[in-house]
Every structure is written in structure tokens, then in C-alpha cells.
Design a protein around this ligand. Structure first.
Ligand SMILES: Cc1cc2nc3c(=O)[nH]c(=O)nc-3n(C[C@H](O)[C@H](O)[C@H](O)COP(=O)(O)O)c2cc1C
Length: 175
């Protein structure tokens, strides 16, 4: 069997069968609404990969709490019912096109450069990140000095998984 044969062989991942082993890596696009709702543009973006035959799509980093996890303005979230419903449009469309989709849950930490909930960043150490904020994602200049938080409050995002019975499937496999 050649490498190419292997690439296009099905793969069982947990309880899921992927059509092939070609996946889309997570790519932040900042094309959600300012309230973090997935848009029609995102439906079309993710569906285009599914139509192109990718067996698996991993979403852009999604913020899982309404505190410090958001990294960019117009980043999609998965905190509120409305945000979950908005993702449903993406998920259904990708499934209809025959692919699978996984959510990437992301905490931006010190690299947060746009957050609609709080006006500060937290990190394990009060050390500003090297380099400058990414202008393509709406940032400008140096990163802020994050507040040191050893026990992050955003561990709450893990609790969200346990507290909302309908969410685990959506978060883990978006099914
Ligand atoms: C525009 C863009 C956005 C990205 N956003 C994310 C992201 O949200 N989460 C993440 O883990 N990686 C992100 N990455 C990193 C990619 O998933 C990938 O790891 C990186 O491009 C290296 O892959 P390669 O070696 O195939 O080029 C992003 C990359 C690009 C180019």
C-alpha cells in the first residue's frame, strides 16, 4: 500500500468513521458576529472544505467562557445557547456534505488581544508575550501585561461541559 492509498483509507476515530485521513487544521478567521455567533459566511467556509472531500475539519479556536478565554474580537464563542445554535448551522451543513467537524476550544491567555467581556488578560505568569498583536485579527502594538492567575477562573469552561447535558457531543465531535 502506498502512502497515498493510506491517506485515502477510512479511519475510525472513537465512535466516528472518517472517510479519509485528510483534515483541515484549525484556522482563526474572526468572521463571527461581535456577539460570537457563527455566520453564514462561516457556514459557507466550512462547507467548502467538506465539499472538497476533507474527512475531518477542526474549527478555528472557539472561546468557551464569558471571562478571559476570548482572544480576538469577532471570534466565535460556544458559551450561550444562541452561540451553540449558530454553530448548529455550520455543523449540519458540514455533515450534509459528508464530513465530520470537531470544535477547537481555545483559551487565549496572555495572547488575548480582543475580549468583549473583560479588559485585561490573565496567564500563569505576569509576563507580556513577545512580539506584537496580530493586525489581521484587529490588534495593534505590544501585548498587555497579563495578570498572574495560577488557578484560572476559566476552568469554569470545563464545568460548562458537565453542566450542560446537550453540550458534550457538540463540543467533542460537533455531532
Ligand atoms: C490563518 C491561520 C489561522 C490559524 N488559527 C489557528 C487556531 O485558531 N488554532 C490553532 O490551534 N492553530 C491555528 N493556526 C495554526 C494552524 O492550525 C497550523 O498548525 C499551522 O498553520 C501549521 O500547519 P502547517 O505545518 O500544515 O502549515 C492558524 C494558522 C493560520 C495560517
Amino acid at each position: 500500500m502506498t502512502n497515498e492509498d493510506l491517506l485515502f483509507k477510512t479511519l475510525t476515530l472513537g465512535n466516528m468513521k472518517l472517510d479519509n485521513r485528510v483534515g483541515v487544521a484549525p484556522m482563526t478567521r474572526t468572521s463571527a458576529t461581535s456577539e460570537g455567533l457563527a455566520t453564514d459566511q462561516m457556514v459557507s467556509y466550512y462547507t467548502s472544505f467538506a465539499n472538497g472531500g476533507f474527512g475531518l475539519i477542526i474549527t478555528e479556536g472557539i472561546y468557551p467562557d464569558d471571562k478571559y478565554s476570548q482572544g480576538y474580537l469577532n471570534q466565535p464563542g460556544i458559551v450561550y445557547k444562541e452561540q451553540i445554535q449558530a454553530w448548529r448551522k455550520v455543523v449540519d451543513s458540514v455533515h450534509q456534505a459528508g464530513s465530520k467537524i470537531f470544535a477547537q476550544l481555545m483559551h487565549a491567555g496572555a495572547l488575548s488581544q480582543g475580549n468583549r467581556f473583560v479588559n485585561e488578560a490573565i496567564a500563569p505568569s505576569a509576563v507580556p508575550p513577545k512580539g506584537e498583536q496580530m493586525e489581521i485579527y484587529g490588534g495593534k502594538g505590544l501585548f498587555r501585561l497579563p495578570k498572574k492567575r495560577l488557578k484560572m477562573k476559566s476552568q469554569r469552561s470545563l464545568m460548562v461541559l458537565r453542566m450542560r447535558p446537550k453540550m458534550p457531543n457538540l463540543l467533542v465531535s460537533m455531532e
